[in-house]
Design a protein around this ligand. Structure first.
Ligand SMILES: *Cc1c(COP(=O)(O)O)cnc(C)c1O
Length: 372
């Protein structure tokens, strides 16, 4: 029986391995491993992509988000105990960045159509203690609405984007600045280059993008022991740097990101055309999405996954348990978040990366259409 792999990083990275090896060799021979030319260039290239004035490289996506909140605290714009509105349907790292800074996450339900934070439900969650809204562009689809621009202005709230899954995605409207590209929509954004993300490193790496010079400077210092120049520490910082080897590999892959995104869009469009089974709910078409995941839904998830697995199709679940139901967040377990909980029980992730041949997407769709 033919096997349809969910994801193979080996296959996906194969076209770039020659170029990556050359660049890694250059780093090796240079003897310069941190805060070097590759990191600086990658920052400029990502800032350009996200249409922001600044980009600051760091160790991973969670650290990017942690550093953003920490920078707002260091600069006096937020204080311990302040509230941050967060989407209830997200990967737990989004919430960890908030609670790590002793800020309080206020969970808001997603739209049942987009699975992303429902902007219409945000205003009701705002209190005197609210300082920020975190949007997560989950599965590669931008989460934005003109309403967010209005709420930010009306209540003086910062908007932080978790852009871990949506590098290069566009929203159907502009954000707080002139652009509609994710990473440049809000006040500050965190990117992840975790190996399985659309732009994946050879290990951990992340980036903060922002138009706010003060936040950029503070994040840069915080990520480097709190040091703004040699022997001068402006805050009690951390070590959250990106290394040159990762930056060099990421620069190679960034040059190919347009092809990677195009391949994912082609695969999503193919599923959209060929899956016709009324038992399976497809995601909404979204021309600006970069399809980090292709999520279908069914209320018979276990039986569906078993059927697919019996037919050689590997699938995954993103995510099986929402953050508020994780043991570490037991204080939020009693929250009433029925849409989030239903989504967690219905979602199935299908193979979507460039490593799955387009013809296989059609075959997988045909297998899905025979599910009864
Ligand atoms: C991957 C991911 C993160 C964390 O990024 P890391 O680089 O793994 O730390 C944060 N938020 C979301 C939505 C993610 O998918």
């Amino acid at each position: 029986m033919k096997k349809y792999t969910f994801l193979s990083l080996k296959t996906n990275n194969l076209p770039y391995i020659g170029e990556i090896k050359e660049e890694i060799n250059r780093v090796l021979e240079s003897g310069w491993f941190l805060n070097g030319e590759n990191t600086g260039c990658l920052e400029k290239e990502v800032a350009e992509l996200c249409r922001t004035r600044h980009a600051v490289a760091c160790s991973n996506g969670l650290d990017a988000l942690r550093l953003i909140f920490r920078a707002y605290i260091e600069t006096g714009m937020m204080n311990e105990g302040n509230e941050v509105i967060v989407p209830a349907n997200t990967y737990i790292a989004s919430i960890l960045a908030v609670t790590d800074n002793r800020l309080k996450p206020v969970f808001v339900e997603p739209s049942d159509l987009t699975l992303n934070l429902d902007p219409d439900k945000v205003e009701a969650a705002i209190t005197k203690r609210t300082k920020a809204i975190m949007v997560v562009h989950l599965y590669g689809a931008a989460c934005w609405s003109p309403l967010l621009n209005d709420l930010s202005a009306k209540y003086g709230l910062k908007i932080i984007e978790d852009n871990a899954q949506a590098i290069g995605a566009t929203a159907s409207c502009t954000g707080l600045s002139a652009t509609n590209v994710t990473g440049g929509l809000g006040d500050a954004a965190g990117l992840s280059f975790y190996p399985t993300k659309n732009l994946g490193a050879l290990g951990d790496a992340g980036m903060v993008t922002t138009n706010d010079s003060k936040i950029a400077e503070t994040v840069r210092a915080l990520a480097n022991y709190g040091s703004d120049r040699r022997y001068h520490n402006i805050c009690k910082g951390l070590n959250c740097r990106m290394d040159e080897i990762q930056a060099a590999a990421l620069r190679v892959k960034l040059r190919h990101l347009p092809e990677i995104t195009a391949a994912r869009r082609e695969r999503a469009a193919s599923y959209h055309t060929f899956i016709t089974n009324p038992l399976i709910r497809k995601p909404l078409p979204d021309a600006g999405a970069v399809w980090h995941q292709y999520i279908v839904r069914t209320n018979e998830r276990d039986r569906f996954r078993l059927y697919l697995s019996d037919n050689g199709v590997e699938t995954d679940i993103h995510y099986a348990v929402p953050p508020h139901l994780q043991p570490c967040y037991s204080e939020y377990a009693a929250l009433n978040l029925p849409i989030t909980e239903r989504i967690a029980n219905e979602v199935v992730s299908l193979p979507i990366t460039e490593g799955t041949p387009l013809a296989d997407i059609q075959e997988i769709s045909q297998i899905i259409n025979k599910f009864r």
